[in-house]
Design a binder for this molecule. Structure first.
Ligand code: ATP
Ligand code: MG
Length: 766
């Protein structure tokens, strides 16, 4: 061993060092959240490079998101003390497979024909995929109302996650999609290759197929990737697992890290079994366990451990921390979802000012993690209203907006003229007088001549199959596409200028300029943003590839912002303060998981709860709402079963201002609604609610069903005594010195003696 000190190794604990320094042979790091798995993995890369074991392009490192890949690249650079240009094989499964597949695309063909994929294939997004499947379903004469194409898409994705190509789908699946699933899957795969396209699942599966059928190529890559590292191994699916096993098959220098308690992609085919099977697959594997958590306070860790303990069949891991005690996990119930958003907005501002008896937090320090992306809207709306800067990570993104997808379809037509789906999307957008009939004719002509749709349109035009305005406009479009294609090829103008030219000359920008709907200005802004985004790329193709691959939001990162994202997108991340809203049965755990027979679904949701809580370093705030508007209907809900599983000693119950008729003065409007009142009765009578009240040191509230005005009843229910220690939202802790009707005189510890309305005051939890 070299005696000279290696700075990047110094901060690691002995187990982490082992994982970093055991360079040869299989290593499995199996440990709980925040124990420094990703840190050790990153340091291992640094160590490989620093000791000269591998050059940057000989390390294959797989992360779960592009964001994680970027972060890892930066950290490797920092630890190494130099910027690393080339780590071309550090990325997600998908981004790595795109590169591999482009090199060998022609090896993927349709049996019995000379049809193959070409290296400039396009990557379909879910929308394109669905459109294609719809066509196939209709062509097969299937009633897609009874058998939606979306369902077929799900079935096929599922098979691809299991690495089943059409000929490998087991007989037990024969009844899928009304017995026609396998046949349509086969047609779909053929059609994709005709279109020179792949879907997300194909990226992996085609590469696996190539490795399985071309031993020379596999061996070449086995030699090339001398070291393989995988983060979040618990969430790999069968196809990814096969891919890894093939690549590591030679030298077996593979290091996987993961946590069985954080396996949250079972619904997408991930197999937590992969991690448990590692030692069998790689005999003699070095297994490293980490137990010290460096991220969260003891209260947060204990709360997370308490929840996850409800799952069966865990490996079970003890976590400990040296971090000081800190805040208990905070729990608060709200009247409805809007109030929850309002409260969180104000709480964030208060925490920013440091008026919560805690340190002041920056906006970047805080994150809201939701179970379902539709929960985001309430927060986005609220934050826009109060001018609180936020960013949405993952979820419905910029690149999924209609105008952006249209614009990109134009770009796709220019870069790959055989992209039929893109051409379909834009041929009559803006309106060119080319209705369904004309488009059908193009389709038929293209199919009869065995050419791409765009060529079909050209032939049709020459044959006079389209006349009048439609013909003139189509001619203009086709001429435009030829011209733009040439400009793209000879690089006479930059791709950024070209993008503007395309959007202008095609009439697309003009279409939105003439549009009088309120959304139009925003759409034009977005188009401008799109052109701006292009500047970061060398050419249109590079940009399109990037967009089809991003899984996380790339929008401008300037300035401090609160992050909003789904729990799934939060995996591997950490924030000083985390808000976990919407902990209600039916939302979290999701209704679907609760409807499932057996425990599997709810157990996966519980792991998601564990992931959520363990993202927090210092403050974790869990909330639920008694009422939520779902598709315009008010629905009442019960606090999540996971709330009951939080160990009491580590939880502090905060008082919801709205429920006591105070705080925001908004409850009255809602309470006028009869529906809401019914809902209220349900919530206040629910065992979960009563338990919460009891925990807060209050007696269970009066039954609102008998009360004419539940709000006032609630206030009266919280009776106080002189000498009692209480908490007030604005003034903090204090002691009651006198009672005066509905007012209290309180000597506050910080704010002096004040008279306040009783309903704004709560008993602090002790
Ligand atoms: P998760 O399961 O959530 O992905 P993880 O095990 O990957 O968590 P990391 O993100 O690597 O954990 O580390 C959690 C935090 O602890 C990070 O802020 C990291 O910098 C810090 N950390 C890890 N190891 C050490 C160490 N030895 N000394 C000090 N801090 C550490
Ligand atoms: Mg990690």
């Amino acid at each position: 061993m070299a005696a000279r000190p290696v700075p990047y190794l110094e901060g690691l604990n002995p187990e982490q060092r082992q994982a970093v320094e055991t360079l040869d042979g299989p290593v499995l790091m199996l440990a709980g959240a925040g124990t420094g798995k990703t840190k050790a993995l990153t340091t291992r890369i640094v160590h490989l490079l620093n000791t000269g074991r591998a050059r940057p392009n000989e390390v294959l490192a797989v992360t779960f998101t592009n964001k994680a890949a970027r972060e890892m690249k930066t950290r490797v650079g920092t630890l190494l003390g130099q910027s690393i240009e080339g780590m071309p094989w550090l990325g997600t499964f998908h981004s790595i497979c795109v590169k591999l597949l482009r090199r060998h695309a022609e090896l993927i063909g349709v049996a019995g024909t000379n049809l193959t994929l070409k290296s400039n294939f396009t990557i379909l997004d879910t929308d394109d995929q669905l459109r294609l499947l719809k066509q196939l379903v209709q062509a097969a004469g299937i009633d897609d109302k009874r058998w939606p194409a979306r369902q077929l898409a799900g079935v096929i994705d599922n098979w691809k996650n299991r690495a089943w190509m059409p000929d490998k789908v087991p007989a037990a699946e024969a009844s899928a999609y009304n017995g026609k699933g396998v046949a349509l899957y086969k047609q779909y795969q053929r059609r994709l290759i005709e279109l020179n396209a792949v879907d997300f699942g194909d990226l992996l599966l085609h590469v696996v197929t190539i490795f399985q059928t071309h031993d020379d190529i596999l061996q070449q890559y086995q030699r090339w990737f001398r070291y393989i590292l995988v983060d979040e191994y618990q969430d790999t699916n069968v196809a990814q697992y096969l891919w890894l096993r093939l690549l590591a098959g030679g030298h077996k220098n593979i290091c996987c890290v993961g946590d069985d308690d954080q396996s949250i992609y079972g619904w997408r085919g991930a197999e937590v079994g992969n991690i448990l099977r590692f030692e069998t697959d790689f005999p003699g594997a070095h297994v490293v366990r980490l137990e010290q958590n460096y991220r969260s306070t003891p209260h947060i860790l204990a709360a997370a451990s308490g929840v996850i303990a409800g799952n069966q069949g865990r490996l079970g891991k003890e976590l400990w921390t040296e971090v000081e005690e800190g805040e208990r996990v905070r729990l608060i119930g709200h009247w409805d979802g809007e109030e929850e958003a309002r409260w969180i907005g104000e709480e964030i501002e208060a925490m920013q000012r440091g008026t919560r008896g805690m340190r002041a937090f920056g906006l970047d320090d805080m994150a809201i993690l939701v179970r379902a992306s539709h929960q985001m809207r309430a927060f986005e709306d609220r934050f826009l209203t109060i001018g609180l800067p936020y960013r949405v990570i993952g979820g419905p993104r910029f690149y999924e907006r209609m105008e952006i997808r249209d614009a990109m379809a134009y770009f796709r037509c220019v870069t790959s003229p055989s992209d039929d789906l893109a051409f379909e999307r834009i041929v009559n957008t803006p309106k060119r007088g080319l209705g369904d009939k004309a488009q059908q004719k193009m389709q038929v002509t293209a199919r009869q001549n065995g050419v791409p749709l765009i060529e079909g349109a050209r032939i049709l035009l020459e044959e006079g199959g389209i006349t009048g305005k439609g013909a003139r406009e189509l001619q203009l479009l086709l001429d435009g596409l030829t011209r733009w294609g040439r400009m793209n090829g000879d690089k006479a103008v930059s791709h950024v200028e070209l993008a503007e030219i395309i959007l202008d000359e095609s009439g697309y920008t003009e279409m939105w300029q003439n549009d009088k709907t309120p959304e139009a200005p925003g759409r034009l802004e977005n188009l401008k943003e799109l052109v701006k985004a292009l500047e970061n790329f060398e050419n249109l193709t590079g940009f399109l590839e990037h967009v089809s691959l991003i899984m996380d939001n790339e929008s401008d990162d300037a300035g401090a912002k609160v992050s909003i994202m789904t729990l799934h997108a939060a995996k591997g991340l950490e924030f000083p303060a985390v808000f976990l809203p919407g902990w209600e049965d039916g939302l979290f755990p999701s209704q679907r998981s609760m409807d499932e027979s057996g425990l599997k679904g709810v157990e996966e949701e519980r792991r998601l709860a564990y992931v959520g809580i363990t993202r927090a370093e210092e403050v974790c705030t869990i909330s639920f709402a008694g009422n939520r508007r779902v598709f315009g209907q008010w629905q009442s809900s019960l606090p999540s079963r996971f709330i009951d599983e939080l160990p009491e000693a580590h939880v502090e119950v905060l008082t919801p201002p709205g429920l006591y008729g105070g705080g925001y003065g908004a409850a009255a409007g809602v309470q006028n609604s009869i529906d809401a009142r019914v809902a209220e009765a349900n919530v206040y009578n629910s065992p979960g609610w009563k338990r919460m009240q009891a925990r807060a040191g209050q007696r269970p509230t009066a039954q609102p069903r008998e009360a004419t005005s539940p709000v006032i009843d609630m206030a009266a229910a919280s009776s106080h005594t002189v000498g009692e220690r209480v908490f007030h939202q604005k003034f903090g802790y204090g002691e009651i010195v006198a009672l005066e009707g509905d007012k209290l005189e309180i000597a506050f510890e910080k704010a002096g003696t004040k008279k306040v309305v009783a309903r704004y005051v709560t008993s602090p939890d002790d």
